[in-house]
Design a binder for this molecule. Sequence first.
Ligand SMILES: [Zn+2]
Length: 468
Amino acid sequence: MHPWLVRHLMIPLHERLLGRNTIACFQELMATQWLAPDALRTLQRAKLRELLVAAARACPFHRSRFAERGLAPDQGDPFDVLACLPLIDKSTLKAFRADLTNPRIPGGPIPFNTGGSTGEPLIFYFDRRRIAYDKAARMRSHAWFGAWPGSREVYLWGSPAELSRQDRLRNLRDGLTNEKLLSAFRMSPERMRDYLRQIETYRPVSLFGYPSSLALLCEFGERESIRVCVPSLKVVFVTGEVCDDRQRQGIEAYFGVPVANGYGSREGGFLAHECPHGSMHVTAESVVLEVVDEAGRPLPIGESGEIVVTHLDNYAMPFIRYRTGDVGRLLPGVCPCGRGLPRMDVVTGRRTDHLVAADGTLAHALSLIYVLREIDAVHEFRIHQRRDRSVDVLVVPGPVFRDEHRVQIRRGVQRRLGEAIPVRIRLVDAVEPLPSGKHCYVISEAAGDGSAASLPEPATLAEPARAG
Ligand SMILES: [Zn+2]
């Protein structure tokens, strides 16, 4: 369908049918991005006060937290009130789900859950307002690169469950919304060959997916000397994982367009996105993003700590000072692009991007990824650390793979994690993606709870990861 019709007819109609004013939110965000930092802070202050008052009124959990601390949500500077509230996390959402939810929200609370690739899924609620603002923020970041609402986009995404549900509607949706979904699950050589051909014939303006899956596709195309010609393509959007420099360079070189990184999570929201000048801009109109120390105190700009978010547009289940588990920092100064939105940097990604060394310290996944990438005889790999800290390395070997490469892998892993860590190397035909469709290089079960592990200072990491 013509992009103009999708943008001006299909999307507004779809959003209106679902009771969301997404287009108005998009137009609002396109204007407010140019506000000066002070004016954005004023906007946040007003929205934060409104949220705190509503949360205290509608949710028993928040009401009792204000009462226990003698705080009045409508008095003083709402940022000061916010700083007095303790952090919440996934376990809070599980334990107090009913007391955190406002059942009388217009349109009703809409249930969502996390993909559940690790452990049991987490259930939480959004309202129409939050979904509209999150979608609008995504549209805005696409517009930064000339991918306007309604322009063609190919998704490399999805879990097998999502796909089977969507299969029947897929052709219809492809036609009506100018979106084409390709499964990131089971990317066999035949499928990847087919995907590259589909991308060429669909003529998208943007591609969207996990950096690991897109990098895999590009590596395959490069290795097989498959040239794709997509003159319409302007940008490749990546999200959901830390995108390292090598993945970024590989994707940019293959498709010949910039890669733009998004940072967010299903429950946290659309938190930040890279602009054409390379800054990760916080979605300040919808999110108060704090970087805090171990005790939950906000850190000065430039210092690294845990990222904690307050979503300003979710009234169905107010997320107030929600711990993301990600480590990052806010950056000083303004971006040359002229937007007043704060800038940030995700320093190390999630705890599960780390492996636990024999002495209990955390080693960033990248330090092990480099071990495997140095070996040309390795085509694909996955490093999987078990709860007992032993490590399985799955290797898809190239034709020149020899026993000496096994020795090199074992030595490299033990140099970083300690001699006492058992390393098992298994040669396989293919590395299966995770249930989410991600093609992770590293899976860590040992770093999940963090009880025995401590996070090293970012400066001691082998190489800083690009924001993800
Ligand atoms: Zn910028």
